[in-house]
Design a protein around this ligand. Sequence first.
Ligand code: FAD
Length: 363
Amino acid sequence: MTRHTDVVVVGGGQAGLAAGYHLRRQGLDFVVLDADPAPGGSWQYMWDSLRLFSPAEHSSLPGRLMPAQPGGTCPGAGHVVAYLSDYEKRYGLPVQHGTRVDAVRRDGGGLVTETDDGTWRARAVISTTGTWSRPFVPAVPGRGLFTGRQLHTVNYRCPADFAGPGDLPAGDRRSVIVVGGGNSGAQIAADLALDGNAEVTWVTRRPPRFLPDDIDGRALFDVATARRRALEQGDGDTGGVASLGDIVAVPPVRAARDAGRLSAKPMFARLTATGARWADGSHIRADAIVWCTGFRPALAHLAPLGLRGPRGHIATDGTRALGEPRLHLLGYGDWTGPASATLIGVGRPARDAARDIARLLGD
Ligand code: FAD
């Protein structure tokens, strides 16, 4: 059976909800198709101790302020899941959970979206599938030889998963190598180091760049906004958030760093069966390696449109795909709008995408 609507939104995380909010304001008919059985997008799967890098009031989607989390300024992932669930209900957004989109194809004047629960025909599609389902691990010599456990940020939950049996002496404790110089690497290394049950070695490709302690996600958003304005006014690129540093010193990261438990080693040269070896010949035994090495955009469902460009991205003007004006992309990263992959930053590109689609459909 084929169903019809103006716009299909693929993905019901924060970007999909922000798109829904603005499509509603434009008076368009739409549906949000989300593979997950429950609301919350990827926040449902993040590790137990994760803290947002901004206070709640600076982590809001359009229309509704995120309430403060009792007892803390930077909320945890569970608080975000509760906020997104409430947001979906509050605005009565038509989200069909548990529906996976397999393909989007051109068909006459519209786009056909094929799912595991039938087909939708629409005049435009907004893709908001995020990156969580495409964890990236770099090709490192010897990776296949390592006999210990290898996991990615997406599989990490808590330090208890790495605790050895009982109170082991320091030399016998589990040894975990955490790879990655971004926020995930720093937070997970800090989580393990503060817990103290495992020996932690934090490895980064270049020396970690902490933001000044008094800077949090608010400043990052200000920088992204200044960059967007400068680009819009033709004043040149002022540099994105990366110009400030890579790691927000959220309280646990600061605590581990100040206790001297968060110093990074340079990247190892190769993995061995039992651990990692550096270029100078030194070797560290490891029971597990946690790859906090980022993500790629989840765009397989768009393959039939033949739009894939360099680095797996799709070329866009703002959020609109250059090769297909009926397709918009939202979230993913700065290439779909400054700070588009953050809670507070996705509102503006979502508004622009909805306006653009309303214009297109009105023509
Ligand atoms: P997601 O949340 O991943 O949602 C995508 C949705 O699409 C999912 O529900 C999924 O089921 C669905 N989907 C995927 N493929 C399909 C398909 N084929 N068919 C149907 N549905 C599909 N941002 C902040 O603002 N503050 C922070 O402090 C912060 N901390 C972060 C910490 C970490 C460790 C990470 C990874 C990110 C953090 N971010 C933070 C960034 C950002 O807010 C998240 O990446 C955000 O979850 C992206 O939202 P999204 O809606 O684009 O994607």
